[in-house]
Design a protein around this ligand. Structure first.
Ligand code: CU
Length: 174
């Protein structure tokens, strides 16, 4: 093994230790905490909307504050207990129409809060195993490039305003 390989092995080990620390920090938080700290990230109010009956998709939202000095990015999510898979989506105006598309990652610049919310960035819950009802809780795993995998409890909250139609998702290009 040359020194170059040695260095990259060392880096890999360091990354693993950092990830372990992030998990330890999470484990120390109260089991039902709605805000979760993972490394320099504060993950606030993960929640979903009740799904439209008969529709196989739902949407989840969360606010993520990067309190560190380095950029991070959300690169994936899963909620295996309720959905087949979770996609990162953004909504953009295209002429008169709002369209969704899947994005590879959501950037988390240092010192900023990125809010996933209706009409903007969201987590698309694809292949719901059952309709999402108000009051339901589910485990949501968020995967960050730096902070690693973080598990949070998400709740299905009532919708205050008119529910947003997500019918366009069924035919959204993958
Ligand atoms: Cu979507």
């Amino acid at each position: 093994m040359n020194s170059m390989q040695n260095r990259s092995l060392f880096r890999a080990l360091r990354t693993r230790v950092a990830t372990a620390c992030a998990f330890a920090a999470f484990a120390a938080a109260p089991a039902w905490a709605h805000d979760v700290t993972a490394g320099s990230l504060l993950i606030s109010h993960p929640h979903a909307r009740p799904s439209v009956p008969g529709q196989p998709t739902g949407a989840a939202y969360v606010a993520i504050t990067n309190r560190g000095a380095a950029a991070d990015r959300l690169v994936g999510a899963s909620a295996a207990s309720i959905a087949d898979h979770v996609e990162l989506h953004e909504m953009r105006r295209d002429g008169d129409v709002m369209r969704m598309r899947e994005v590879e990652a959501i950037e988390l610049p240092p010192g900023r809060t990125v809010t996933l919310e209706p009409g903007g960035l969201h987590l698309m819950l694809v292949g719901l195993k059952a309709p999402l009802a108000v009051g339901q809780r589910f485990e949501l795993t968020l995967t960050f490039r730096r902070a690693g995998r973080v598990q949070v409890d998400a709740f299905v909250d009532p919708v205050a305003e008119m529910p947003m139609q997500h019918s366009s998702h069924a035919s959204a290009p993958r």
